[in-house]
Design a protein around this ligand. Structure first.
Ligand code: ZN
Length: 73
């Protein structure tokens, strides 16, 4: 009986840790918006470009190209 309580307690702790770990990884998925079209996408999927100390994110090569072209005018 003593061991059963211990087992249940361990299970609760394990379930709690698993949940908090999952929440933590969800928070790490930071969304950024495309500098060209404004589409939100996960930072890890975005194309990153640092220009004059400012970080720009793009959803695609097309948007990056458009942004660079519009910046040249
Ligand atoms: Zn875009």
């Amino acid at each position: 009986m003593k061991y059963l309580i211990l087992f249940v307690l361990l299970f609760i702790v394990w379930a709690y840790l698993k949940k908090s770990l999952k929440d933590g990884t969800m928070k790490d998925k930071k969304l950024v918006s495309c500098s060209q079209c404004g589409t939100y996408l996960p930072q890890e999927d975005a194309k990153k470009e640092i220009n004059w100390g400012k970080t720009n994110y793009f959803c695609s090569d097309e948007c990056e190209k458009k942004y660079v072209e519009s910046g040249e005018q």
